[in-house]
Ligand binder design. Structure first.
Ligand code: NAP
Length: 281
């Protein structure tokens, strides 16, 4: 069996075209959705992510501001900058690229962003809204995964979903979103005793660990849907996920590639969140 590919680039193109149409409609009313992206330090990965996010804004007709600071920026100065953006009426979303230099507390930074502009969905308020089933900003990566499931018409009701990873930004919100769609959800982590026993029961597997080959073909039930969030480098230095793609695609029913899977969807959902923030005005 060869799995059907869920193409994150193609789906992103479709969703971003819709975003662009809605941006035009807002602009006609005199509102241009605006995203401020703050990068502190020189992390090479972060530079690429930030560039892609700004480009996505331009492509969809949104306004974007990229602020780059030296790694030596003080926490106080960063927080002051965020507070100024909170008050800026041309900005509807604020994103501070992680990771931050060690001397800056990421939680304090996230909680300083106005909840009305928390388009990454990382704040305690956004997490609480998700848990309570209230409308709010959804964390972009799991939100993108849900859109991928939706794109194949997958009905989660009564299905068993296994999420590998329990970070606040991916694993936990992913589990809550799957639960909201009536899946039975198991969350695995580094303390899980027998990961394979869990994944073999799964109709849907989301791998969000950050380690190559966490999920191999022998761990997947035939026909399962496999979403690979991981971003790692293989021995040749090429981008790869957590899933042994070559092996798992022979067993799974659907699978996302890396690159070209969840990655572009994360940026797309950031555009959606920023647009919706502006639409709320
Ligand atoms: P994280 O905060 O490091 O969390 C990793 C999780 O994996 C933790 O919960 C950890 O368990 C668990 N884990 C570690 N080893 C494990 C094992 N052997 N078996 C089962 N679980 C294990 O990472 P993250 O921020 O969630 O990101 C995960 C991956 O997704 C990374 O590769 C990251 O780069 C990627 N990512 C991609 C996108 C995208 O757009 N494609 C977006 C965000 C993140 P404990 O909690 O017990 O430590």
């Amino acid at each position: 069996m060869t799995a059907q590919l869920i193409d994150g680039n193609a789906l992103s193109r479709q969703l971003r075209a819709d975003v662009a149409t809605r941006v035009s409609a807002l602009k006609a009313k005199g509102i241009t959705p605006g995203l401020a992206v703050i990068l502190v330090g020189e992390d090479p990965g972060s530079q690429v992510y930030v560039r892609n996010k700004v480009k996505a804004c331009e492509d969809t007709g949104m306004h974007s501001v990229l602020e780059k600071y030296e790694a030596s920026l003080s926490e106080g100065d960063l927080l002051a900058r965020i507070r100024a953006l909170n008050e800026d009426p041309t900005i509807h979303g604020i994103l501070v690229q992680m990771p931050l230099p060690k001397h800056i507390d990421p939680d304090r930074v996230i909680e300083t962003i106005a909840s009305s502009k928390d388009v990454d969905g990382y704040s305690v308020q956004s997490a609480g809204e998700l848990m309570a089933g209230l409308p709010g900003f959804k964390s972009c990566t799991p939100y993108g995964c849900m859109k991928m499931l939706e794109s194949i018409g997958y009905d989660l009701k009564g299905k068993h979903a296994v999420v590998i990873g329990r970070s606040n930004t991916v694993g936990k919100p992913m589990a809550l979103m799957l639960l909201q769609k009536n899946a039975t959800v198991t969350v695995c982590h580094s303390g899980t005793k027998d990961l394979k026993a869990m994944t073999l029961q799964a109709d849907v597997i989301v791998a969000a660990v950050g380690k190559r080959n966490v999920l191999t073909a022998d761990m997947v039930k035939p026909g399962a849907v496999v979403l690979d969030v991981g971003m790692n480098r293989n021995d040749e230095g090429k981008l790869c996920g957590d899933v042994d793609f070559a092996g798992v695609k022979e067993v799974a029913g659907h699978i996302t590639p890396v690159p070209g899977g969840v990655g572009p969807m994360t940026i797309t959902m950031l555009m959606v969140n920023t647009l919706e923030s502006a639409e709320r005005l």
